[in-house]
Design a protein around this ligand. Structure first.
Ligand code: ADP
Ligand code: ZN
Ligand code: ZN
Length: 680
């Protein structure tokens, strides 16, 4: 005798505005626990779903049966489901969309039979995280760890570059895992590919079995394997990028967010979550300690530590005798027009090379030149699909749009007037590398050999293993001058670099984005942090900044390495202007065939918002086009909603969202809400 089928709520990957309301309801012969992974029919397809919490909704039609159960995998824990549900509500998406995006892609593709193959393999026991040898802590490190041990947190580890923050993370993880064979730790970094050293340090300390990585650079099978190891509790430490905040970790005890200020913690499509903010939420829910670390914290976190909501742990000194570099501002107003590398800076670089030291020059623009222009007429290398110029890449003589990817060979003659003389305007890293080779042509290294220049940017490291190989060359001392984009300024523990130069930092000073100064300051501090990390190489390292605005207060604070001063100034401005972190924002973005339609959709949304009960507490600003207004033939506009109260803004958005679904003017392609946006 069989019992009647049970009805189950199941979430599937349906975006909030698809019209599919999740959870959907399915029938099952057997009861299944919430969190169980199932395959269900959806339209004509069969998709992965997760059995959800709560009562199944009544769809008014006969419910279809579940097609299969991935019963080799334990149901996703309740804490994980709560995290997904919270994220979906907070970022205005559906739980199904968030849940399925958080699972490894291969899980979605395999049939239950394929599973039974896979899972038949030996289930290994939990890895032991045997702590390898650790250095004797500095006093500052020891003090930070003592606080971490005795206080609940959350913590903001405010430590200078080279102060040994990573060592604090390692020991905090060791302590979190000690004594409990099931305990797990999550360590997040902005971009794991840029810091292969970090993974090595964790593996060296805890053993290869205990540590798994989770990031988008892995293959699907690798990601599935790592995800399963964490879910089953075998992996003790997950080291990952923002996506790792959704890892299933049944016994999470500690979350570390390294470089917590880094914008890459914010997802820029789908559910636009902040992995840092979710880490704090998750830590509180699961009673795991949360440790944020940075030399230049986000103003949000800094303010929270000023107010005592986070406990600040300060490590102002560099490990050993390493000293922070002396900052030198080079006034470009006193240089000939079009100066790329001022003579003083060049002389300083040559002096470093002569002593066998390394120099790092960075420029935030890849390619050869940002624009190609006709010398006879008005023609410039505009992208036909975007409101932007295509960048000239000399290496393969192409014009490439960095927004839509549209690429063409460089024309032989001006397409407009036939003039043969088309010239590059401005300078990217590729051209800088070429220029430096000319400037340093006659310079010699201590061994009498010519200078070796290397470039690291998205173009030069596209191939598999290229980035690692290039970084290894720098570490091995096979490079004298390293040229790159901001990729090279992040996290690396370069031992022989004693001079860092920012060639053109000014563009960010007068940006319309109110966060631009904060970003520039942290970028320059991080860059400075690459110099002089090893006192045995040189006792005086330098950071050069070429600028037309040497008197700007941002540079005054940089000269003193005075982040607190800079933060105080910025916070004062933000408070006066009623901007984050003193206010909360959300963006409504619209993509359409024409700018008029995009703005009309937003305008109507603004009108609809006036009737919402929360409207008096929320300011909705007029629609504006995005800075790059058209990308891939799509016109883009946005509108800011702002409130001094986070809960009020949340209630407002929840009530607004259904109204937006009802108004879709012809020509509208899509719309999206971005909560706590980073770029306005
Ligand atoms: P940060 O992450 O703060 O920039 P790191 O953790 O990379 O700094 O530390 C900088 C350097 O100092 C690294 O080479 C690291 O191995 C070393 N280091 C850190 N702590 C100690 C210590 N207590 N004793 C000796 N060396 C240390
Ligand atoms: Zn022309
Ligand atoms: Zn384009």
């Amino acid at each position: 005798m069989t019992s009647p089928p049970v009805r189950l709520p199941v979430v599937v990957a349906a975006p909030a505005h698809s019209g599919i309301v999740t959870p959907l309801t399915y029938r099952s012969e057997l009861p299944l626990a919430p969190g169980a992974l199932v395959r269900v029919p959806l339209g004509r397809r069969e998709v992965l779903g997760v059995v959800w919490d709560g009562e199944p909704a009544d769809a008014g039609v006969e419910e279809r049966p579940i097609a299969g159960v991935l019963d080799g995998i334990a149901p996703l824990p309740a804490a994980w489901r709560r995290l997904v549900a919270f994220s979906a509500a907070y970022y205005q998406r559906s739980p199904g969309e968030v849940a399925l995006a958080a699972l490894p892609p291969q899980l979605r593709d395999l049939s239950p039979e394929q599973w039974q193959r896979r899972l038949a393999r030996k289930p290994a026991g939990a890895a032991t995280a045997a702590a390898g040898p650790a250095p004797v802590l500095t006093d500052e490190q020891a003090a930070a760890l003592a606080q971490l041990r005795s206080q609940p947190g959350p913590f903001l580890l405010y430590g200078a570059t080279g102060s040994g923050k990573t060592e604090v993370y390692l020991q905090a993880v060791a302590e979190a895992l000690a004594g409990d064979p099931a305990a797990q730790a999550l360590v997040m970094v902005p971009e794991i590919n840029l810091t292969p050293q970090l993974q090595e340090r964790f593996v060296a300390r805890f053993g290869a079995d205990a540590v798994v990585a989770l990031h988008s650079g892995m293959t699907h099978p690798q990601r599935l394997k790592a995800w399963l190891a964490a879910h089953a509790g075998r992996a003790r430490i997950v080291l990952g990028t923002r996506m790792a905040v959704f890892a299933s970790l049944p016994q999470l005890r500690l979350v570390v967010v390294d470089e917590e200020h880094d914008p890459s913690y914010k997802q820029q499509e789908g559910a636009r979550y902040s992995a840092r903010d979710l880490a704090l939420w998750r830590g509180r829910e699961e009673r795991a300690k949360v440790l944020l670390g940075s030399a230049t914290p986000s103003l949000e976190s800094w303010l929270a530590s000023e107010r005592g909501r986070y406990l600040r742990l300060a490590m102002p000194s560099r490990v050993g005798a390493g000293r922070l570099p002396k900052v030198r501002l080079l006034d470009l107003n006193l240089q000939p027009k079009k100066t790329v590398v001022a003579p003083q800076l060049l002389a300083a670089i040559e002096a470093r090379i002569a002593r066998g030291e390394q120099a790092l020059l960075f420029l935030n623009r890849r390619g050869y030149a940002p624009v190609l222009a006709c010398t006879a007429c008005e023609w410039k290398s505009e992208c036909p699909h975007c409101s932007a110029y295509r960048v000239f890449h000399k290496i393969d003589r192409t014009l490439r749009c960095h927004h839509c990817g549209f690429t063409e060979r460089v024309p032989r003659a001006c397409p407009q007037c036939g003039n043969l003389d088309i010239a590059p305007l401005g300078r990217g890293t590729e051209r800088l590398e070429e220029h430096l080779a000319e400037l340093l042509h006659a310079t010699r290294r201590p061994d009498g050999q010519p200078v070796r220049i290397a470039r690291i940017d998205a173009d030069s490291t596209r191939g598999k293993g290229e980035l690692d190989a290039r970084l290894a060359q720098v570490h091995a001392g096979e490079v004298d001058v390293l040229v790159g984009t901001q990729m090279v300024t992040k996290g690396h523990d370069f031992r022989r670099i004693t001079l860092v130069a920012a060639l053109n930092a000014d563009t960010a000073l007068f940006s319309s984005d109110f966060r631009a100064p904060e970003r520039l300051f942290s970028l320059l501090m991080q860059a400075a942090g690459r110099a002089g990390r090893d006192a045995s190489v040189a006792d005086a390292s330098e950071m050069w900044v070429q600028t037309f605005h040497p008197d700007h207060p941002l540079f005054a604070a940089l000269k003193r390495h005075d982040y607190p001063r800079f933060a105080a100034q910025q916070l004062e401005d933000r408070e006066a202007a009623g901007m984050p972190p003193y206010a909360y924002q959300a963006l409504l973005r619209a993509d359409a065939r024409t700018q008029e339609v995009a703005q009309e959709f937003l305008r109507l949304a603004g009108v609809a918002a006036q009737d919402l009960p929360e409207a008096p507490q929320v300011t909705v600003y007029p629609p504006v086009p995005l800075a790059v207004q058209r990308v891939a033939d799509v016109e883009r506009a946005q509108m800011v909603a702002e409130s001094a109260s986070r809960p009020a803004l949340q209630r407002f958005l929840a009530a607004w969202q259904p109204l937006l679904q009802d108004s879709r003017p012809k020509g509208l392609i899509r719309w999206a809400i971005d909560v706590d946006p980073l770029a306005i």
